[in-house]
Design a protein around this ligand. Structure first.
Ligand SMILES: CC(C)(COP(=O)(O)OP(=O)(O)OC[C@H]1O[C@@H](n2cnc3c(N)ncnc32)[C@H](O)[C@@H]1OP(=O)(O)O)[C@@H](O)C(=O)NCCC(=O)NCCS
Length: 322
């Protein structure tokens, strides 16, 4: 068994195997939910302005039997990397995960990365693996899902109206030019989402937004965004995004954030309700929305619960000193 570099230029059969294992692990760890699309698995390796993405593959007899992908922030948190490690179920408990982890250290430490973060299902083989490797649990994350077919549409409509002086703007895919600078600034709202560990302030710019949009377009994703505009200042007070990633009937919740100065006006609920209405209209085939939230994020969880999200499973966020 060899550990080799893994990227979008790797043999197509390795990329296919990565997606197959990604699907198998999703069916194992998130039963009842649609697994990731091929584009989502490929997206683990597609870099953008804010993130370097690359990986390492375990190759046995020419076949990919496990791999780890890394997401290294390039504009903040330069000492850390996120990892997603998968070993084919038929090849587990043979030291492949441990070999991939050793190779991860060799790859990342010379680049200044000192902390490796990941998420593991509570009480799973991965949780045992992370514990044995010395990973520290930083927080609990909840996997939540919403049954779109059971939405109370009149209630959503009633809640989708923000108070004056806020108005909602919504768009599909690229942010309109006249809003994009304010939209980039509003991304700092996400800095207050619980991270379990100290983290740098994020550095967003128009270029970074445009590059993220390019990356999502390259993967064939459709993005539905609703933003709350504070009319007197023109600021984006908050925003929420849903991604259509190619799963037949599931949409993926991306960021929802309200900038600190604009909190306390019910914008979180209004944004979510408005975007769910946009989703129902744009993509009537979508039956489920999936999202992840820190267990300690009581405001976001209250909004999600109010619109109908329910907890499906509990995950540990782990941090490993490299
Ligand atoms: C987590 C995972 C990658 C581990 O891969 P692996 O190749 O089986 O791991 P290793 O054989 O190198 O195991 C190393 C050590 O981890 C621990 N471990 C791994 N699997 C375990 C299990 N099922 N039960 C208890 N301990 C386990 C053991 O201490 C093991 O050492 P040992 O076999 O000498 O006792 C694999 O279980 C997997 O793909 N799980 C699903 C994917 C996932 O959830 N990934 C998220 C993590 S980023």
């Amino acid at each position: 068994m060899q550990v080799v570099d893994f990227d979008l230029g790797s043999p197509p059969e390795w990329l296919d195997a990565w997606h197959r294992i990604d699907v198998e692990v999703a069916l194992e760890t998130l039963p009842g939910l649609e697994p990731p699309s091929a584009a989502e698995s490929r997206g683990e390796l597609l870099g953008e302005l804010g993130w370097r993405r690359r990986g390492l593959a375990a190759i046995d007899g020419g076949e990919l039997v496990g791999a780890v992908t890394f997401q290294e922030p390039l504009l903040e948190d330069l000492d850390m990397a996120y990892a997603w490690m998968l070993v084919d179920a038929a090849h587990r408990r043979r030291g492949i995960g441990a070999r991939l982890l050793d190779a991860s250290r060799e790859l990342l430490v010379p680049d200044g990365r000192r902390r490796l973060h990941s998420s593991v299902l509570v009480d799973s083989p991965a949780a045992a693996f992370a514990r044995r490797a010395g990973g520290r649990i930083t927080q609990i994350e909840l996997s939540n899902a919403l049954d779109v077919t059971a939405l109370d549409l009149p209630a959503l409509r009633a809640n989708a109206e923000p108070q004056s002086p806020y108005v909602l703007a919504s768009w599909v895919d690229a942010c309109p030019d006249e809003l994009v600078a304010a939209f980039a600034d509003a991304h700092t709202a996400m800095d207050d989402a619980p991270r379990g560990e100290p983290a740098d302030a994020s550095a967003w710019s128009v270029d970074r937004i445009r590059d993220q949009e390019r990356c999502w377009a390259d993967l064939g994703f459709t993005i539905l965004t609703v933003a709350a505009i504070h009319e007197p200042s023109g600021d984006v007070g908050g925003y929420t995004q849903l991604l259509l990633t190619g799963r037949p009937s599931t949409a993926v919740q991306e960021d929802t954030g309200v900038v600190r100065a604009h909190r306390g006006h019910g914008l979180g609920l209004a944004l979510k309700c408005a975007n769910l209405l946009a989703l129902v209209e744009h993509s009537p085939q979508i039956a489920t929305v999936v999202t992840w939230n820190a267990e300690s994020n009581k405001y976001m969880l209250a909004v999600n619960e109010a619109v109908g999200f329910r907890v499906r499973s509990r995950w540990e966020e782990v941090s490993l000193a490299l």
